[in-house]
Design a protein around this ligand. Structure first.
Ligand SMILES: [Zn+2]
Length: 376
């Protein structure tokens, strides 16, 4: 029997955590990766299989020719809610345990730090879950993506430039959302959404209205001393360059925000249509943009020698131009034989909200164990 208060459950929770980002593993893999003895591993896996949290999914060739059964997390054993609080709207999603979006809705609910707004959020979420016939018993947590610096220890939003806010207590969100809540910086949520078996250590570059990023180290977000790790939009790109909204001159944000690409009234999609049609001005603007992006990316590569994922609004258009970007990066990285470390983002939609759900599931996913125990 799984008792949530024992070390044994901690082992079960570790098995869950490991399988959250891996597609599937054998029992031997799990034992090795978690440094657990085979009997302990088997006991935990068997219990998790029995209650339907894990499932078998085929076999893999193991050494010695005997086929080993592959185990994976049953994606629908639990659900998570993700909420993106953007400048002019909120986006609600429900995801499975792997972060796959099962339902989504966007609402024109402009953020205000007032009791009425938090109440409206709670009501909107309730209606969204009802309309999509979501079994709320299965929901383990809710993650909120917020454009600002979040102190997770003190549960305070320290600063939000776009909402001109400082020092907001995050328990305001907890009051109207009936699930355990995690609030996190929006770029960190988007960065976390890329976590998978292939990528667990990387820098995510968020090329959105305000440029940001996230640093994932072995599957964990690295937040830094003052919760600001990954604020790559304010790394200096061009000394004495274009003014940035932060007050400095020459920040990466001033050169890599999508604002640089689209003219007033134009969408990013229409800008890229012009590039596709070889419009001379658009191509020049895009070429300069890629040049600046190559400088930023190679600086990040020099610092941490890790994979780089190009995300955000511009990241969703990057695939056809990746070779061009890598060729530009090669001019600034003379150590690398190939520029094989720049990747396009895989979440082109719902990155903030789905990432927020995944972050909350990272913290509260093991509630699955407690709930199944009480259901017994
Ligand atoms: Zn700046």
């Amino acid at each position: 029997m799984i008792d949530v208060n024992t070390g044994k459950t901690q082992n079960a929770a570790r098995v869950l955590q490991l399988l959250r980002t891996e597609n599937h593993l054998t029992k031997q893999d799990i034992s090795r990766r978690l440094h657990l003895s085979m009997p302990t591993t088997l006991q935990n896996i068997n219990e998790l299989l029995e209650v339907g949290i894990l499932e078998e999914c085929g076999t893999s060739e193991s050494t010695g020719g005997r086929k080993a059964k592959k185990i994976r997390l049953r994606p629908d054993a639990g659900l998570g809610v993700g909420i993106d609080v953007a400048l002019h709207h909120i986006e609600l999603v429900v995801t499975d345990l792997r972060g796959t979006v099962l339902a989504q809705q966007r609402l024109p609910l402009q953020f205000r730090d007032t009791p009425t707004w938090y109440q409206s959020l709670g009501t909107a979420l309730e209606h969204f879950l009802q309309a999509n016939q979501i079994n709320t018993q299965l929901i383990l947590s809710a993650g909120i993506s917020f454009p600002g610096i979040v102190d997770n220890e003190s549960e305070v939003l320290l600063h939000s430039h776009i909402f001109s806010l400082k020092h907001i207590r995050l328990d305001r969100f907890h009051r109207t959302i009936p699930f355990p809540v995690v609030v996190a910086n929006d770029a960190n949520c988007a960065g976390f959404s890329e976590l998978c078996a292939e990528h667990s250590t990387y820098i995510y570059v968020s090329l959105n209205e305000s440029v940001g990023g996230a640093f994932l180290m072995e599957g964990k977000l690295y937040l830094g001393d003052t919760w600001q790790a990954g604020e790559i939009g304010h790394m200096l790109l061009i000394p004495e360059g274009t003014p940035c909204y932060c007050g400095k001159h020459g920040c990466a944000d001033a050169y890599l925000s999508p604002k640089v690409l689209r003219k007033k009234g134009e969408t990013l999609a229409s800008f890229f249509r012009k590039v596709e049609k070889q419009d001379e001005t658009a191509c020049q603007v895009w070429n300069t943009y890629l040049e600046h992006l190559a400088i930023l990316l190679t600086n990040l590569r020099m610092m941490l020698n890790t994979d780089l994922i190009v995300g955000g609004e511009v990241g969703t258009y990057i695939v056809p131009y990746l070779d061009d970007l890598c060729a530009k990066a090669a001019k600034y990285d003379l150590f690398a034989r190939d520029i094989d470390y720049i990747f396009p983002c895989t979440h082109t939609e719902n990155a903030f909200s789905a990432g927020a759900s995944m972050l909350a599931l990272e913290r509260y996913g093991s509630r699955l164990l407690a709930r199944i125990e009480t259901e017994k």
